[in-house]
Structures are given as structure tokens and as C-alpha cells.
Ligand binder design. Structure first.
Ligand code: GCU
Length: 437
């Protein structure tokens, strides 16, 4: 049963969203499609009506009227709902974790950078699972450097052009671990460009934390915690996205021990499924100072209740990516309005920290307008904490960034990154994490 307050807030939000929805999308309709046997809507007028849960009303109906109620009561409630219904509950850091530093402060990029390479062993067993961390700090930095930590689809040696990087391993399409040189080279981090703005850069390969296929859990960090191998997982057992996010927190644990890095100014960034990953990492680990989610789409920043592009039924289908989530999530595939949370609340969990959403105007599968509307609906929480949201209900056209405490940028292009994204990212980092003189 909905309480009066929930009903009032719900109706208010329906009204607001119906008005915004029809009027301000910048995305051109496309013909419908079918994925995994499930129809995909690409017509804005057919999105349907929905009511979003109110992030500023507690489960018992109490309105959140100050920061204390948010931090002590409402925020933990929303984290718990995401754990129970979407991502699953992650464990604490294992006691047997340990680190080996292969190289510290080696000169790289013609003396502009200092390179460090370390391995994080998630258990006492040195064979597996373990994660290679590679990072650079500006060589001129007198102070510990703020850091952009990127979670990549491939091994460190494939992400950065530097012959000094230890060759890594990747999981190939046949689900075998092979030397990284045999894989695809499709991502590049421009280290000198980031260093030039006074930031360090770090990268890790998500497959080191857990390989991305249905049976992948047995090779990754989740295997270290499973007690009852023969029983089906609990409804709120952690999925692969929670595992990757958890791995990012372990990198931050390591940075806290390294004096060359300012662990209070670590930004995280990921694309697509790894955009979803950084959002959940930011939600579960308030130590991350800033979050950049590129084309995170469904179950990331895009509102699940909007029937546009990918929806919960597509993503949580047993034929696709159900293993990314807590098993309970699948129950909402055809009943998304009953899901107690939606993506605006995932963004709200990042407040008061800066968050930048990057989308693409032709990446319709990821529902860029749904990401914008989530940012609008997260804004009351940012305001409650004295921060600035987008300050508009009108979606900006492509190539026009809005960079407040919530940032939104839609590039002219599709899924993934385009070169111009970098200037926006670096401006956002500088605006929020640069130490002011
Ligand atoms: C698929 C999936 C998306 C995901 C994307 C990616 O398209 O449906 O939800 O974001 O893969 O990670 O590239």
C-alpha cells in the first residue's frame, strides 16, 4: 500500500515527467526493433507513463528535510534497496588481500610521468584471482596527485601506448585466458593529455576482477566468498557488476597506502557496462571523489521505467546479462514499475560528489534522454546537500555540455567514447578536483 505522502509525491512526479518527456527529447525516433525476442521501442511518444520513487521520502513516509536525515536514514535505505533488488550485496575487503609492487616511479612518456605497476592479490593464493594496477603520476608533482582511475575492457598493456608496461592477459571470446597481444585493441587512454592537466591516470582490466561471461564467477573474486557452491545463490547475491565495482574499491585501498596518490581525490571512469560499474562503485564507496559514466544506459544512468531502447527485460534476460545482477532483478523484467528503485536514485547516492554522464545522440539503445531525465530527477538530492544540478529540464543538444555538480554531455555519435569527450572530461575533473591556489 502506498502512503499518502508516497502517493502525493508519485503523482507529482508523474505530472512533471509527462510534461518533460513529451517536450524536450533531442533524440530522433527510429523504427522499432527486437532483441532477444523482446520488442525495443525507439519512438518517444510510445514510452508510456510512469511514476518514479521519490528519493527524498523515506520508506516510512518521512520527508527528507535536511542532510542528516539523508545521510543517516534515507541514503542507507536506498543503498539497501539497490543491493536487494538490482546489484546484490558485496562483502567487506578480505583479510588475506596483499600487494606486490613490480615497479615504482619509473620514468615514462619522455620523463613527463612516473609509472608504477603493482598486483593486488585478492587472497593468500598467488595464482588467482589477482589484478594488475598500472598508474602514472605527473613527474613534476610535488604533492600527492589526484587520479583518474579507469576500468577497462582490456589489459593494461593494451590500453596505454607505453613499451614499459608489463604484458597482461585477457579472457578471449572462447572464455580462455590468453596473452593480451592476441586480443582487440579498441581503447586508448591519452596519458600525456591527462598529465598535462595535473592529474595522474590509473587503469585496471575488469576481467582481472572477474571474467565477463555467465560461468565467469568461478574464476573471479566472487569465488572467494561462495560458501554453498551446490545451492542456488540468494536473491540478493552480488552479481558481476557488483564484483567489478568492489574491485575498484580495492584499488582505492591500495592508493590509500601509496604516498604519491591523493586518495581523497580519486575519480573513477568506465564505459557502457563499466559505466554501470562505476556508478555502483561510487554509490557503495563514498571515498570515490568523482564519477564519470560513459553511455551507461539501462541499469546504469538511464531510467528503467522508460520503455525506450534497452529495458530490464532485455538486459536481465537469461540469454543475455542476468549474471551482472542480483538474481532478484530478473523478477522485474516485465514489471519494472514495481521495482522499488530507479536510476535517478543511483545518481542521488553519488551526491554531493560530482558526477558526469556522457551519452551519444545516436546511442539510442542506451536511452540518452532517459539518462538526462534521471539527472533531472536526482537534482533535488544534490540541492538538499547544497550542490547544483543541471538546472534545466530541457535536454541540451549534442556537443553542448552542462558541467555543474551534476554534469551531462551528449556527444554527436554513438556508443562509447569519441575524441572530443576528453576535453569535457578533463574540464570537469579540473573544475572539481583541482586544488585551488
Ligand atoms: C550491451 C548491453 C548494454 C551494455 C553494453 C556494453 O549492449 O545490452 O547494457 O551497456 O552491452 O557494455 O557495451
Amino acid at each position: 500500500m502506498l502512503s499518502k505522502i508516497e502517493l502525493r509525491n508519485g503523482l507529482f512526479l508523474i505530472a512533471v515527467f509527462m510534461i518533460i518527456s513529451s517536450a524536450h527529447s533531442q533524440i530522433v525516433d527510429s523504427p522499432d526493433d527486437t532483441v532477444a525476442g523482446i520488442p525495443v521501442n525507439y519512438t518517444e511518444a510510445n514510452v508510456g507513463d510512469y511514476a518514479l520513487p521519490d528519493p527524498l521520502t523515506c520508506n516510512d513516509g518521512q520527508p527528507v528535510e535536511n542532510a542528516e536525515t539523508w545521510y543517516k536514514k534515507r541514503r542507507p535505505e536506498i543503498v539497501a534497496l539497490f543491493e536487494q533488488y538490482q546489484f546484490g550485496k558485496s562483502p567487506a575487503c578480505p583479510k588475506k588481500i596483499h600487494y606486490k609492487v613490480l615497479e615504482r616511479g619509473a620514468s615514462a612518456f619522455n620523463g613527463k610521468a612516473k609509472r608504477t605497476q603493482a598486483t593486488i592479490y585478492f587472497s593468500e593464493n598467488s595464482d588467482a584471482p589477482k589484478m594488475d594496477v598500472l598508474f602514472y603520476t605527473p613527474s613534476e608533482a610535488a604533492e600527492p596527485a589526484p587520479m583518474l582511475l579507469y576500468i577497462a575492457f582490456t589489459a593494461n598493456s593494451m590500453v596505454i601506448d607505453d613499451p614499459g608496461i608489463k604484458p597482461g592477459f585477457i579472457w578471449n571470446r572462447e572464455h580462455k585466458k590468453v596473452p593480451a597481444g592476441e586480443g582487440r585493441r579498441f581503447e586508448r587512454l591519452d596519458v600525456p593529455a591527462v598529465l598535462a592537466r595535473g592529474f595522474g591516470v590509473a587503469t585496471v582490466y575488469y576481467g582481472d576482477i572477474e571474467p565477463d561471461f555467465q560461468e565467469g564467477a568461478q574464476y573471479g573474486v566472487r569465488s572467494l566468498f561462495s560458501k554453498n557452491n551446490n545451492l542456488p545463490p540468494e536473491d540478493d547475491a552480488w552479481g558481476a557488476i557488483a564484483a567489478w565495482s568492489w574491485g575498484l574499491s580495492r584499488v582505492l585501498d591500495y592508493f590509500e597506502k601509496d604516498k604519491t596518490v591523493d586518495a581523497n581525490r580519486v575519480a573513477i571512469m568506465g564505459i557502457s557496462r563499466l559505466g554501470k560499474t562505476v556508478l555502483w562503485a561510487g554509490a557503495t564507496d563514498p571515498r570515490f571523489a568523482l564519477i564519470i559514466a560513459v553511455c551507461s544506459g539501462e541499469s546504469g544512468a538511464a531510467l528503467s521505467r522508460r520503455n525506450y531502447g534497452e529495458n530490464v527485460a532485455h538486459i536481465a534476460s537469461p540469454a543475455r546479462y542476468h549474471y551482472w545482477f542480483a538474481p532478484r532483478y530478473q523478477q522485474y523484467a516485465n514489471n519494472v514499475n514495481a521495482l522499488p528503485v530507479d536510476s535517478h536514485e543511483l545518481l542521488a547516492l553519488l551526491a554531493p560528489r560530482p558526477v558526469l554522464l556522457i551519452t551519444g545522440n545516436t546511442d539510442k539503445w542506451s536511452d540518452p534522454y532517459g539518462e538526462f531525465l534521471a539527472a533531472v530527477a536526482a537534482e533535488p538530492v544534490y540541492r538538499q546537500l547544497g550542490k547544483e544540478g543541471l538546472n534545466t529540464e530541457k535536454m541540451p543538444p549534442a556537443d553542448k555540455p552542462i558541467l555543474k555538480d551534476i554534469g551531462f554531455y551528449m556527444h554527436d555519435g554513438g556508443h562509447g567514447m569519441v575524441p572530443d569527450d576528453w576535453n569535457v572530461i578533463l574540464d570537469f575533473l579540473q573544475k572539481h578536483l583541482q586544488i585551488k591556489d
